[in-house]
Design a protein around this ligand. Structure first.
Ligand SMILES: N[C@@H](CCC(=O)N[C@@H](CS)C(=O)NCC(=O)O)C(=O)O
Length: 205
C-alpha cells in the first residue's frame, strides 16, 4: 500500500490508522497546489479530485475519501479493533461519527485554509461554525468518553484527533472544550500517532 499525504492534513488520520494496525506501507508526499508528488508524478492522474488522502492498495486500485479509506484500513486487520463489525449498531455509530467529522467538523475548518486571508467578519463566522461542531464532540466525549464510541479507540478518533488539533494551528485553541483538549492530548501520546507525526516532520524523533 502507498499513502499519498500532505503533512498534518486529513491524510494524517489514515497514516495513524496504518500505524495502529502495523501495516506495511509506503508514504509519498504531495504538493496539492502543483499537483505533483515528491517523486514527480502527476497527482491529478492518481486522484482526479486533487486532494489527499489517496491510498493505493495491493491490486493498484486507488482509494479516496477519508471515511472510506479509514474503514478499509480498519477492516484489513479486524483484530486491531479500529472499527466495529459491519452490520452492528456500533458500526453505524462509527459511520455517524466519521460522517460528522468529515462533513461537519473538517469542512468547518475550510475557510481557515483558503488561499486569501479572512476578513474579521469571515473569521468570526468561520470560528462560530467550528465552535458549534466542536461543542458536539466535547459533549459526546463528556457523556460517554474517553473515545467517540465510548471505551474503544476507533478510526473515528484518528480522524477527530487530526481535525480537532487544527484548532491549535488556526488561533482558536481548545480551551473552551476541556474534554476535546484532554482527548487530543491523550491521543497525541499514542505510539502510532507519535510515529506518524515524526514521519511527517511534525514532531522531533
Ligand atoms: N472529501 C475528501 C476531502 C479531503 C480534503 O479536504 N483534503 C485536503 C487536506 S485535509 C486537501 O488535500 N486539500 C487540498 C489542498 O490542501 O491543497 C476526503 O474525505 O478525503
Amino acid at each position: 500500500m502507498k499513502l499519498y499525504y500532505k503533512p498534518g492534513a486529513c491524510s494524517l488520520a489514515v497514516h495513524i490508522a496504518l500505524n495502529e494496525i502495523g501495516a506495511d506501507f509506503e508514504l509519498e508526499q504531495v504538493d496539492t497546489t502543483a499537483q505533483k508528488t515528491e517523486s514527480g508524478a502527476d497527482y491529478s492522474a492518481i486522484n482526479p479530485n486533487g486532494y489527499v488522502p489517496a491510498l493505493t492498495i495491493n491490486d493498484g486500485e486507488v482509494l479516496t475519501e477519508a471515511p472510506a479509506v479509514l474503514q478499509y484500513v480498519a477492516d484489513t486487520r479486524p483484530e486491531a479493533g479500529l472499527a466495529p463489525v459491519a452490520g452492528t449498531i456500533e458500526r453505524t455509530r462509527l459511520h455517524k461519527m466519521l460522517n460528522f467529522v468529515a462533513s461537519e467538523l473538517h469542512k468547518a475548518f475550510g475557510p481557515f485554509f483558503a488561499p486569501s486571508p479572512l476578513s474579521e467578519p469571515e473569521r468570526s463566522a468561520a470560528e462560530a461554525g467550528v465552535a458549534r461542531r466542536m461543542a458536539f464532540i466535547d459533549s459526546t466525549l463528556g457523556e460517554h468518553g474517553p473515545y467517540l464510541l465510548g471505551e474503544t479507540y476507533t478510526v473515528a478518533d484518528s480522524y477527530a484527533f487530526v481535525v480537532a488539533n487544527w484548532a491549535n494551528f488556526v488561533g482558536i485553541g481548545l480551551d473552551r472544550w476541556p474534554n476535546v483538549a484532554a482527548y487530543v492530548e491523550r491521543i497525541g501520546r499514542r505510539p502510532a500517532v507519535v510515529k506518524a507525526l515524526q514521519a511527517e516532520g511534525l514532531a522531533s524523533a
